[in-house]
Design a protein around this ligand. Structure first.
Ligand SMILES: [Zn+2]
Length: 480
């Protein structure tokens, strides 16, 4: 009998241990309710301007190079509508606000909702997560006070108020900022107190050296890790333009963010691949695929983290809107596309534009033969085979830019060339056309964007959603 009793007790203990173990990983034992797994570590990747076709193009391109865009292999896929409060075609300010705060606002606004009463203004998911004890990291390849990152920590009636937005960064007390630096750090007229100094005075450790973020003893500090090489808008270089001295990759920033933020209360990291949008505004296929790849390498770091904590991690990859009206296939090539031709392009259209502007500035006479030489020297590893009409287009762009002679078309130059240098834009268009791509716009479009997800709660993001639902679904996944 005694033996039987001890067997019963032993079995009961085992059952209790099993129940408490499964409660930890599968259930929340509070009030005896069945609980669902909740994400403790959340990654939100936003490819600015990254439509479904941009992702497919990058995937096809890298598959041909025996590589991949890894996030397309995540188990859940959704499509997300992106309109702003006042326009079917949104900007990044309104779209970032909708994703961050779960409410539409007007294009140009940054998490700005004057029609809400003071005590009911929608807060960004990042702010809510921070209030609940999670650490927060914001990373971007463009300036840190640009529209998308700003939507998570600031409020502004206009996205162009860079200084005022940057001033709100240290007030957020978010633990980590990384990637690009401040645009207008001393105000538009360079007459304001320096924003980096303000961040330091608010106990941020500001550095451009990755080693300053390794072996951190005191994890209660707040950190701002700025890429050592910045463009005129305090943005990181495109991957296609990144030289040995170009600084760090988005993967370096997310790895550093994880190191700084990892703690028992969990974290939320938002990372924006901001220059995918800039490349699409330039209709630059090669820069688009390479910057998507750069973001994918950062996503692979998050995925490694997910593999360590699969029951506690959620990774979302989406976009704020589509840019460029990109088609995979065009009227010239029919079904004969060759996306891998983009690999012949050595630098971005934007960098090539700069070379041509420099040539104009440094010379008094200009020769079309010099332009052809530049294209071989700087732009292509292997030039495409030019048709007679390609050559005519290059000559017309040359005459327009250097001698102000209108091209022989009824199209306005801004429709024909967009905002890049006309000559560089024409060379870029020639290679994209030969690769089989088409662009219908130099701006954003209303096309729906993809949502790829994996991890705890990922299934919520499958199917058709609107960008305002992302915050709600995150809160739902957390049970908040
Ligand atoms: Zn844009």
């Amino acid at each position: 009998m005694k033996h039987k009793n001890s067997f019963l007790v032993y079995s009961l203990v085992l059952v209790l241990i099993f129940i408490s173990f499964s409660c930890k990983s599968l259930k929340d034992s509070k009030n005896g309710e069945l609980c669902v797994k909740k994400p403790k570590y959340i990654f939100l990747f936003i490819g600015d301007g990254m439509g479904i076709n941009h992702v497919s193009l990058a995937k096809y391109f890298y598959k041909e190079k025996a590589d991949d865009i890894s996030f397309t292999n995540f188990p859940y896929f959704g499509v997300c509508t992106t309109s702003s409060k006042n326009s079917l075609i949104t900007d990044s300010g309104a779209a970032g606000s909708a994703i961050a705060c779960g409410e539409k606002t007007n294009s140009g606004n940054i998490s700005y909702y004057p029609w809400f009463s003071e005590d009911s203004i929608p807060l960004s998911f990042a702010k809510i997560a921070h209030e609940k004890g999670m650490k927060v990291g914001i990373i971007t390849s463009v300036s840190i006070n640009h529209a998308t990152p700003a939507a998570f920590y600031a409020q502004s009636p206009h996205r162009d108020l860079y200084y005022e937005i940057g001033n709100q960064l240290p007030e957020s007390n978010f633990e980590f900022f990384g990637g690009g630096g401040f645009k207008h750090p001393q105000g538009k007229d360079n007459d304001q107190p320096d924003l980096y100094e303000k961040a330091k005075s608010k106990n941020y450790i500001v550095s451009s050296n990755i080693n300053d973020f390794k072996n951190i003893d005191n994890k209660d500090e707040k950190y701002m890790f700025v890429n050592p090489k910045l463009g005129w808008e305090s943005d990181m270089p495109y991957l296609i333009d990144r030289k040995a001295d170009g600084g760090y990759s988005l993967a370096d920033f997310v790895k550093t963010g994880i190191n700084v933020l990892d703690n028992p209360n969990g974290f939320f990291i938002m990372l924006e691949g901001g220059k995918i949008d800039w490349a699409a505004h330039s209709n630059d296929g090669a820069a688009i695929v390479k910057d998507i790849y750069d973001m994918d390498l950062a996503i692979r770091e998050a995925y490694e983290f997910y593999k360590k904590y699969p029951d506690e991690t959620l990774i979302l990859v989406t976009a704020d809107h589509e840019t460029g009206g990109l088609s995979l296939g065009n009227a010239y090539k029919g079904d004969d596309s060759q996306f891998i031709l983009l690999d012949n392009q050595k630098i971005s259209i934007n960098s090539f534009s700069q070379k041509i502007k420099d040539y104009k500035q440094n010379n008094e006479d200009y020769f079309i033969n010099d332009i052809w030489k530049f294209s071989e020297e700087y732009f292509f590893t292997e030039s495409p085979i030019y048709s007679a009409s390609d050559s005519t287009r290059v000559l017309e762009a040359f005459n327009y830019y250097f001698y102000d002679k209108s091209p022989s078309t009824t199209l306005e130059p801004k429709i024909l060339y967009g905002s890049e240098n006309p000559v560089a834009s024409t060379f870029g268009n020639i290679i994209c056309t030969k690769a089989g791509l088409g662009f219908t716009s130099w701006s954003h479009t209303a096309a729906a964007v993809p949502v790829f997800s994996i991890g705890v709660g990922a299934e919520k993001f499958g199917g058709a959603i609107d960008n305002t639902e992302i915050k709600t679904l995150l809160l739902e996944a957390l049970g908040w």
